[in-house]
Design a protein around this ligand. Structure first.
Ligand code: SF4
Ligand code: SF4
Length: 337
């Protein structure tokens, strides 16, 4: 298998969601929506409707088959809070109907632009999307607002519109749940503040061991404590069955989500296959970080352009030796601060 700067995860791991969106009931304390309006002037707003991960919330759930309604909300939010900004919506290149709707709207509203791209992971990461859409170079972790750019999540448009303009309460957030540890994949309406265990209890498979990840298994966060509440940053939850046997060359088995790593004792030596070099979207050689780490020379990793790493996790994902490269990269970054 040849990897070329990124990976089409959606093609490799197609994930279907039922079109019915289900509300999760919870009577405990919940969290109101809030948005930190930037103090700096916003010159550009970029909204991504082209997720590159199969477990991400699909855009049709956000648009609810009513693009015009979404655009009118955006228009009102922009007029109220970011009046001089240009706005770019990023969409998947095969979404002809959506692209046509956006172009039609953009003809009457010169502030709106449409950018289409292939849904290859991780080209919706801030560093890459801003470089491609605006030609803007930011470093990983830098807030684009320093350059007058607001990267706005599509659901935040609805949040700002409902909370600040309509002054509604009891807002909900859409969250996708998927993975081999569930009976079915779903899109749920959740009031932030709801514990993850309440969200998952109807869907999780019984009698299996599983791992739970917020915002994706590649570079999201693993949840240890399921009483933890959903907050306004949660977009997806992935639950993966944790098997107790080894899966050699997991990455060529494209039918299932198999992102389990050295937890099952599969850690081996680097075999110099170069898969990690080939897939890295920012042209790094992740194995070099591993070698620095394994020689206890974490500080030396910075020699190899460590700062350019956008922490997408693809190198860990493809490594046949199951080396935790992303974890190693994070440790090398902290060691050389
Ligand atoms: S985590 Fe960093 S080094 Fe690894 S593939 Fe992504 S950008 Fe490259
Ligand atoms: S770190 Fe993993 S993917 Fe990279 S060269 Fe070594 S074995 Fe291959």
């Amino acid at each position: 298998m040849v990897y070329k700067k990124g990976f089409d995860l959606i093609k490799a791991y197609p994930t279907e969601f039922s079109e019915d969106i289900v509300s999760v009931r919870y009577s405990g304390r919940t969290e109101d929506f809030s948005f930190s309006f930037p103090e700096k002037k916003v010159e550009h707003i970029v909204i991504n409707l082209c997720p590159t991960e199969p477990w991400a919330l699909p855009h049709w759930a956000i648009l609810k088959d009513n693009t015009t309604n979404f655009l009118h909300r955006l228009e009102k939010v922009r007029a109220e809070y970011f009046p001089d900004s240009r706005c770019c919506i990023v969409v998947e290149h095969r979404e002809d109907d959506l692209i046509n709707d956006l172009i039609r709207f953009g003809k009457k509203h010169e502030w709106l632009h449409t950018y289409s791209m292939k849904p290859v992971y991780p080209y919706d990461a801030p560093v890459l999307i801003l470089k491609n859409v605006l030609g803007l170079k930011i470093t990983f972790g830098e807030n684009p607002i320093e350059h007058g750019v607001l990267l706005l999540e599509a659901q935040s448009i609805t949040g700002i519109y409902e909370h600040y303009i309509l002054k509604r309460e009891n807002e909900v957030r859409l969250v996708s749940i998927s993975g081999t540890g569930l009976n079915e994949n779903r899109i749920l309406k959740i009031r932030p503040g709801t514990p993850i265990e309440t969200v998952l209890k109807k869907y999780i498979r019984i009698d299996i061991k599983y791992r739970v990840f917020i915002n994706g298994p590649l570079n999201g966060t693993e949840v240890e404590d399921l009483t933890q509440a959903i907050d306004w940053s949660v977009k997806s939850i992935v639950v993966m069955e944790e098997r107790d046997y080894k899966t050699p060359f997991h990455y060529i088995r494209a039918k299932e989500l198999r992102f389990t790593t050295s937890l099952m004792g599969e850690l081996r030596q680097c075999v110099y296959c170069n898969f990690c070099d080939d897939i890295c979207p920012v042209d790094l050689e992740p194995a070099l970080y591993w070698h620095c780490y394994s020689r206890s020379e974490k500080q030396k990793a910075r020699i190899y352009a460590l700062d350019k790493c956008i922490e997408c996790g693809l190198c860990s994902f493809v490594c046949p030796s199951k080396l935790e490269l992303l974890q190693v990269i994070k440790e090398c970054k902290s060691a050389s601060k």
